[in-house]
Ligand binder design. Structure first.
Ligand code: FCB
Length: 443
């Protein structure tokens, strides 16, 4: 199967950017040449990672980066989204780890030499463990440490970076990491989630100033994930529960950035669960950005609950990915048009979209027609949103290659390139070829 788009689609013009994405902890390995991060610690705890694996080798990208640049180049993409590992480039005393910086400098130089635009995320979840030891994102000080880290990176990397995102998915760091505890650092409690989120958003705002000062020529912004919320029925109770869920999971992270305040749902929270907002914080958070990164995978359906403000209904009798996530591309279009209505947005980049599928490799081939279908449906959905007036400038497939899928370890494969973890052999899947062929068709 091929991936195709309507003939005159804006997405077939050379002005629309296509890329592939990864993140440091998920692919690098090379843990002995950096400080420990919260994911190293989390992986060592009993019962956290489904296959009991960790990030010590991952895709060994720390050693294989040159061949990975060749691979990215061969796909014919315009851009590569990567993240920098904070504990690789900064020592505990705040000084630079030159060896770590040199790794990224060589990588970025290699990409730029091939005309591949580097989209760099400063924080894709690998907080230095020493900062977690002083409270992590529950400690307001961490936000100021993040601004120092942003300064160190921007001054060291100079003009090598096309775009900087401060954070990847604050929802995941705050909610999954500090409220339900399925991600590092594994803290559980409603009294933590919103507090962590606030300090992350504060760190974003502080870092935007740093980026604009020390890297004024790059496109600077943030990456948010959205899982659109749909009601199980039209009953007032279900509609109210869905609104609460949407505010709590999605709008919570975008509204402060563009409107300078949290959703009104904040008034419904127990005082102990509210963030610690200091005067002036919301002005720091609400900074002009050059772009908004949007990550989209699936939707969720909600109903009212007697105890909690909302309840998720697990998908049943609908198409699913290997993550058990519903395949519902229409939500992608509806998400983008609704964000466009609600907020005064800068240009949007889809910074992640893709799916895990139960791939098998035979005769050095992975015939992942199911993943091709997912990409086809979601690129069509994106096309529809653009036709309806949403200003989307680019799209990144998650992921370049199979990698460490957090609490699910290596058991879930999201790549358009297959990784054999025994040999570190990379094999372009049928989806990788289809993506590459689509890009080659552009005029
Ligand atoms: C996103 C993460 C990314 C990857 C995908 C599947 O939430 O940003 O690292 O794990 O999900």
């Amino acid at each position: 199967m091929k991936i195709s788009l309507p003939q005159r689609s804006k997405m077939l013009s050379k002005n629309f950017l296509y890329g592939v994405a990864t993140a440091s902890f998920q692919i690098e390995g090379g843990i002995n040449s950096r400080l420990p991060c919260i994911w190293d610690t989390f992986c060592q705890k009993e019962g956290t990672i489904s296959d009991k694996s960790d990030g010590s080798i991952a895709c060994d990208h720390y050693n294989l980066w040159q061949q990975d640049i060749e691979l990215i180049d061969k796909l014919g993409v315009d851009a590569y989204r990567l993240s920098i590992s904070w504990p690789r480039v900064m020592n505990q005393d705040g000084s630079a780890n030159q060896q770590g910086l040199d790794f990224y400098i060589k990588l970025l130089d290699g990409l730029n030499a091939k005309g591949i635009k580097p989209f760099v995320t400063l924080y894709h979840w690998d907080l230095p463990q020493y900062l977690e030891d002083t409270g992590g994102w529950l400690n307001r000080e961490t936000a100021y440490k993040f601004a120092e880290y942003a300064k160190l990176v921007t001054t060291a990397l100079g003009n090598r970076v096309h775009s900087y995102a401060t954070f990847n998915e604050p929802f995941c760091s705050a909610y999954l990491g500090y409220e339900v505890g399925v991600h590092a650092p594994g803290k559980v409690g409603k009294e933590y989630g919103r507090k962590a989120a606030h300090h992350i958003l504060l760190a974003h705002g502080l870092a935007m100033d740093v980026l604009n000062k020390y890297s004024p020529d790059s496109m600077n912004g943030i990456v948010l994930n959205f899982t659109p919320a749909y009601p199980a029925t039209d009953s007032p109770e279900d509609l109210a529960a869905t609104k609460f869920a949407d505010d709590y999971n999605n709008q919570w992270y975008i509204k402060p950035l563009f409107d300078g305040r949290y959703p009104d749902t904040i008034d419904l929270l127990d005082d102990a669960h509210k963030p610690d907002i200091v005067d002036g914080d919301m002005d720091i958070i609400c900074k002009k950005m050059d772009f908004l990164g949007v990550n989209f995978y699936t939707r969720e359906v909600f109903k009212a609950d007697a105890v909690e403000p909302f309840m998720v209904i697990p998908p049943e009798n609908v198409p699913l990915t290997d993550m058990g996530w519903e395949i519902y591309p229409q939500a992608f279009t509806e998400l983008l048009t609704s964000l466009n209505e609600k907020y005064q947005l800068p240009p949007i980049y889809i910074t992640e979209n893709g799916c895990a599928m139960p791939d098998t490799i035979e005769n050095e081939q992975v015939d992942d027609q199911n993943r091709i279908a997912y990409y086809q449906q979601h690129l069509n959905a994106l096309h529809d949103a653009i036709e309806q007036g949403v200003n989307v400038k680019g799209y990144f497939a998650w992921s370049l290659m199979d990698n460490f899928e957090w609490a699910l370890g290596y058991s879930k494969r999201f790549g358009i390139v297959y990784v054999d973890y025994e040999t570190q052999q990379r094999t372009v899947k049928a989806s990788g070829q289809a993506y590459s062929d689509l890009l080659a068709q552009r005029s």
